[in-house]
Design a protein around this ligand. Sequence first.
Ligand SMILES: *Cc1c(COP(=O)(O)O)cnc(C)c1O
Length: 452
Amino acid sequence: MQTQFNLTQNDIPKQWYNIQADLPQPLPPTLHPLTMQPAGPADMEPLFPMELILQEVSQERYIDIPSEVRDIYALYRPTPLMRAVRLEKALGTPAKIFYKYEGASPCGSHKANTAIAQAFFNKAAGITKLSTETGAGQWGSALAMATRFFDMECKVYMVRVSYEQKPYRRSVMQLFGASVTPSPSNETESGRGILASDPDCPGTLGMAISEACEVAIKNVDTKYSLGSVLNHVLMHQTVIGEETLMQLDMAGVEADVVIGCVGGGSNFGGIALPFLRNNLRDGAKTRLVGVEPMACPTMTKGLYAFDYGDTAKMAPIVKMHTLGHDFVPPRIHAGGLRYHGVAPILALGHHLGLIDAIAVHQVPTFEAAALFAHSEGIIPAPESAHAIRAAIDEALDAKAKEEERVIVFNLSGHGFLDLGSYDAYLGGRLEDYAYPEELIRTSLQKLPQVTL
Ligand SMILES: *Cc1c(COP(=O)(O)O)cnc(C)c1O
């Protein structure tokens, strides 16, 4: 039975898909963090090059991928679409399970898709240095690689707990020439402020974002780069969904359900948005399911409201499902899913009922990862394992209902640098965190009071 659906280099998409052209209502405006009024392109210029700002607000349905970017994509794209026949057998399900394997990228996750594009557009604007944050380290690795390809400098603020727990991620970034600092740090005003009140602060993504933004705002040769959440980031990731559509065509099937894990929302948006286009424009009826950790249940339990993108209130205010900008989620092993908000595009889609969301616990997620590894041989990133959990549950549901169902999920990355988490799983040291209701309630009281 055919299990691999491979495209050729010529099939690498030539355009990114911009869902803004097809959303039933426009996205709410992005607000300036100080004035709380709609931000124009000029307000965002200290952080991003103009080309990316224009992509952020573009209403064009398709945007050309520069040939320089496609040439680098060709190092690992198109990525394979696999049919998980052995997993289907293990589950005894009549469903067909397919996964798109973004772990095939050099740094092991989908994040290279936007890192390469962002480095290119910054370089073209004359920028010589990018600053960014990283949680688990995948984004920092991808941006370190991309800036190396374009001979740029890279400054990474890495959440302190991860810096200490994941030394090899740090080595990857440093090998590519990036400078890596644990956050909060003494290098920035916002970092010093946090350390003054809490010298042992373990850090959060929101804090690291504040430090990276500050460096970009204070240096003309430096811009800030974000690995998820923003419209242009989700757009760069649509190469995943466009390839998947072609590959399902080769397999002669149509997807009933498309699944991805959700941190900031970029890998799920990347696979799901081209399917959402077909739902909106061609009457397709693919169900789209984002999967979150129960410990940080942004779409399933958060409020759809305006909130800051970071802890120090320096990043723009956007309307999204949020748990509050100073919410510190429990230390689950899927570090890449611990962001307090979610991409405004997914938030609006969920708000309008176009996108479903579910939350899953940590232990059953690792059980799903183990079953996947036993049948398909790939050790998934703990983040991606959330999508696997949901795909397996779909397949078991199809079995109970004796239904044929085509299930597609995005395997956003491999887990070879997450073996510490698997050690904890094997040693029985993983716990399920209850949904942190009290923490979230307190944090949600601090949303900005926006009057538009
Ligand atoms: C960063 C990361 C995620 C979460 O980020 P999204 O923007 O939601 O995709 C998921 N999986 C992997 C492997 C990651 O590196």
